[in-house]
Design a protein. Structure first.
Ligand SMILES: [Zn+2]
Length: 215
């Protein structure tokens, strides 16, 4: 896998904003060894390991999600009475689970590279963390931007520990993935729900540079 060095991230932000968010061809692992399923599994496992350790350091106990549910189209689990929708990934506080449209996620992985999985999954875990740290958890722009910040901080920690390796081109994958990342219902591309692409990238970069403690 992949990721970003801070200086490259800043450069990528500039390029992305200057380029009106054009997507560039996705990079792949040099070895080409990781399948989509490998990346999905690793993103979940590494992210929860990171948060388990982080909570531990704060004298708290991280509560792992109860389930991690791939679904297809409209057949996903409902959350708080709301049906899931195609082309989405979300955290559900009722039930403390994460679900994702598998074909949609795999198409992002194919089109944008494996960085997409390593942004979206840690973002959703960011909500699972919020639900444990806050009372009255609800989704709004502030919560979305904090989840992006958490995702950046998680990835920086995983790169720092050697669990993930950054590769050339990965920063572009991550930035374009952030533009595509949404979550609650059908709001993936709605700035009113998630913040603008610029806000999201800045928040992600802040977490990457300063760690989740600064989010
Ligand atoms: Zn979100």
């Amino acid at each position: 896998m992949n990721i970003v060095r801070p200086r490259l991230l800043v450069l990528a932000l500039v390029l992305l904003l200057a380029g009106c968010g054009l997507t560039r061809p996705a990079s792949r692992d040099v070895q080409g060894a990781d399948t989509f399923e490998d990346d999905i599994r690793a993103a979940r496992t590494l992210t929860e390991s990171f948060w388990t350790e982080f909570f531990d350091q704060q004298g708290m106990t991280y509560r792992p999600i109860a389930d991690f549910i791939p679904y297809s189209g409209s057949s996903g689990p409902s959350c708080g009475g709301e049906p899931s929708v195609p082309n989405n990934a979300f955290y559900c506080p009722e039930g403390h689970f994460i679900a994702y449209d598998q074909a949609w996620m795999e198409s992002l992985w194919n089109d944008m590279g494996d960085g997409s999985v390593y942004v979206i999954i840690p973002h959703e875990f960011g909500h699972a963390v919020q639900a444990q740290l806050r009372t009255g958890f609800e989704l709004n722009v502030q919560a979305e931007l904090q989840a992006d910040c958490y995702a950046g901080g998680t990835l920086a920690a995983l790169v720092g520990s050697g669990s993930l390796r950054a590769q050339p081109g990965d920063e572009d994958e991550l930035m374009t993935s952030l533009e595509a990342a949404g979550d609650p219902t059908d709001d993936w591309l709605n700035p009113a729900a998630h913040g603008t692409a610029e806000q999201r990238q800045a928040s992600f970069a802040g977490g990457y540079d300063d760690g989740v403690g600064a989010c």
